[in-house]
Design a protein around this ligand. Structure first.
Ligand code: ADP
Ligand code: 5GP
Length: 190
């Protein structure tokens, strides 16, 4: 049986760095404040303007490892030299309350969640092309050249895995991509 958007309240959004996940999630939350977005923990340094507890919880490697050992992550993965993880407790609490939950995570984490929550609906957000993806990463002007290269290398691996997902949304025209995402999250189109 194919997965249906209505099956679960847990929605995963995965896609290469720079594809526009953050931009789309921001729009989704503005339009649907009832969505609960999981805030991840990371060992990556904050980018200009990022605040602890808002975009991420910024951890050092020791405290991140401690949380791994204590089973505090629903999933975690290494990405481009840093660790990222979804704190378990708030997700479980929101699931128990029947809320719509959105996780924005990379491929390895998505694979872990697929095992523990087979009813989660997994969306892969793809760029119109790798050239456009590179243009967006560089245009964002937030990463070092080394970080850009690491992200582009990982992007190719992620793109190869896109057919593992329940749905693929191409983020070419932002408003069309938003509409598609809304559909998969069970919102009517406006
Ligand atoms: P991610 O969260 O996936 O790393 P961002 O949301 O930070 O990506 O987007 C990367 C860059 O691409 C940003 O500068 C953003 O404004 C731009 N962007 C996002 N979606 C589109 C789109 N549909 N068309 C053109 N540029 C976009
Ligand atoms: P960035 O450093 O650009 O914010 O994020 C890099 C990558 O880490 C993105 O693909 C993003 O989706 C992913 N990511 C963010 N939070 C998590 C998380 O909690 N778990 C996993 N596995 N990946 C995450």
């Amino acid at each position: 049986m194919t997965s249906q958007p209505s099956q679960g309240k847990l929605i995963l959004l995965t896609g290469p760095s720079g594809v526009g996940k953050g931009t789309l999630v921001e729009e989704l939350l503005k339009r649907h404040p009832e969505i609960w977005l999981s805030i991840s923990a990371t060992t990556r340094a904050p980018r200009t303007g990022e605040q602890d507890g808002k975009q991420y919880f910024f951890f050092n490697k020791d405290s991140f490892s401690e949380l791994i050992e204590n089973g505090g992550f629903l999933e975690w993965a290494e990405f481009a030299g840093n660790f990222y993880g979804t704190p378990r407790k708030p997700v479980e609490e929101c699931l128990a309350l029947g809320r719509k939950i959105l996780l924005e995570i990379e491929l390895e984490g998505a694979r872990q969640v697929r095992k523990s929550f087979p009813n989660a609906f997994q969306v892969f957000l793809a760029p119109p092309s790798l050239i456009e993806l590179e243009r967006r990463i560089r245009g964002r002007d937030m990463d070092s050249e080394e970080a850009i290269q690491a992200r582009l290398e990982r992007a190719r691996e992620e793109m190869d895995a896109k057919h593992e997902f329940d749905a693929i949304v191409v983020n070419d025209d932002l408003s069309l991509a938003l509409k598609e995402l809304e559909k998969f999250m069970g919102f009517e189109s406006f």
